[in-house]
Design a protein around this ligand. Structure first.
Ligand SMILES: *Cc1c(COP(=O)(O)O)cnc(C)c1O
Length: 382
């Protein structure tokens, strides 16, 4: 739990603001490095979930590199971390591929047809590139359909029946990504299916990438069991194992601090804040989930219950209902927790709402890294 001194510090800065706690990020990185040290595996930061490049040098002290889902992410990782740069995309563009070749050292293809299309260009590239293929084991325990890459008719990954040994000539790694916020037991069951379907190819590969969705830095994650599993895979197939978590790197190490702008009443008390679910925490609507606010409880579990809404005109721009010990008033600060991952990377300026500033916190205090202005808004629109 957070101490009162840090809470006071967070409440002292301009809102809205994303604040990443360097000490907590470091703690996550230490856990991930421990897994690397105990297994010889390599862990990559998936930029899709967390791309705050001000901390890439810190991340690079612990992890092996980054993985990207696009040329821009790859460029960002290469520019600010300069370690291994992997890429996977459902399809690559002809006009970007030379740039992909310059930027990345590992390229994972989604299909054999994509691999065949770009194979010759990889052979002629100025530096060696390792190619991988994403497979779809048709086994996932993800229950939300939009996050399930193994749902019927999924376009993500190649099915077992679509590949032969011949197709895989020149492919040095297999990749799967079928998990989301899950524990090691899900990985064990998934690996069983992957090995059953693709084990015969794994003996000929240099590496296996287990994708993301591993909640390794969550308090109740069984890290030792993950270590045992990775060591078993490494030894059995004599391969390098990669993991590419996004969320687990930045889990529980950031806040979004906001201010109450008004209280209105319509069958209940409603607080409008200087932030927005739609703009600043889109997963609250998309996933959906209920973020925690420090010093709050579920509705009715403390004396004063409010619906917290954002400042856009979208009727559904509601974060959730929360109860507090005291009535809310204008200017009160609300601190949302676990706001480092899938926030900055997904936010937007819908309705002309400015983005939260970005800050870093440590024992020395809070350092503002970036503030956004009207120019940032305007420059994307014409
Ligand atoms: C999203 C994604 C990741 C990261 O997932 P997390 O849930 O943030 O750990 C890794 N690899 C691929 C291919 C992804 O699409």
């Amino acid at each position: 739990m957070m101490n009162e001194k840090d809470i006071k510090l967070i409440k002292s800065i301009k809102t809205p603001a994303y604040i990443v706690d360097k000490r907590l990020l470091t703690k996550n990185l230490e856990t991930l490095k421990y897994v690397q040290d105990q297994t010889g595996c390599k862990i990559l930061l998936a930029l899709k979930g967390f791309s705050m490049h001000a901390v890439f040098p810190l991340v690079g002290e612990y992890l092996a590199g980054i993985t990207s889902s696009s040329l821009f992410e790859a460029q960002l990782g290469a520019e600010y971390m300069n370690k291994e740069v992997h890429i996977y995309a459902p399809a690559y563009r002809d006009d970007e591929f030379d740039h992909v070749l310059q930027t990345c050292d590992h390229i994972v293809f989604n299909s054999i047809s994509q691999y065949n299309r770009f194979k010759a260009r990889i052979k002629n590239a100025k530096k060696p590139i390792q190619c991988g293929l994403r497979v779809n084991p048709e086994y996932s325990e993800v229950e939300t359909a939009i996050y399930d890459p193994c749902a019927p008719h999924s376009r993500l990954g190649t099915l077992e029946k679509k590949i032969t040994h011949q197709d895989l000539e020149g492919i040095e790694g297999l990749h799967f990504h079928t998990m989301c916020e899950q524990q090691v037991d899900t990985l064990e069951r998934t690996l069983n299916v992957v090995e059953e379907k693709f084990g015969k190819y794994l003996y000929h590969m240099k590496w296996l990438n287990l994708g993301g969705g591993h909640h390794i830095t969550r308090n109740d994650y069984d890290v030792e069991r993950l270590i045992t599993l990775i060591n078993r895979i490494r030894n059995q197939y004599n391969i390098m194992v990669y993991l590419e978590p996004g969320e687990a790197v930045a889990l529980n190490c950031g806040y979004l601090v906001t201010s109450v702008l008004d209280i209105v009443h319509n069958g209940m008390d409603i607080a409008i804040i200087d932030s927005s679910a739609a703009c600043h925490m889109p997963d609250v609507i998309e996933m959906p989930y209920r973020p925690h606010i420090i010093h709050s409880a579920k509705p009715e579990q403390k004396p004063y219950t409010y619906r917290i809404g954002g400042m856009t005109c979208l009727a559904g721009d509601i974060i959730a209902d929360y109860a507090f010990d005291h009535p809310l008033k204008n200017g009160d600060k609300l601190i949302f927790t676990d706001m480092a991952h899938y926030t900055m990377v997904k936010n937007n300026m819908f309705n002309g709402i400015n983005l939260p500033l970005i800050a870093l916190m440590d024992d020395q205090g809070i350092q503002i890294i970036r503030e956004f202005t009207y120019e940032d808004y305007k420059s994307r629109l014409s």
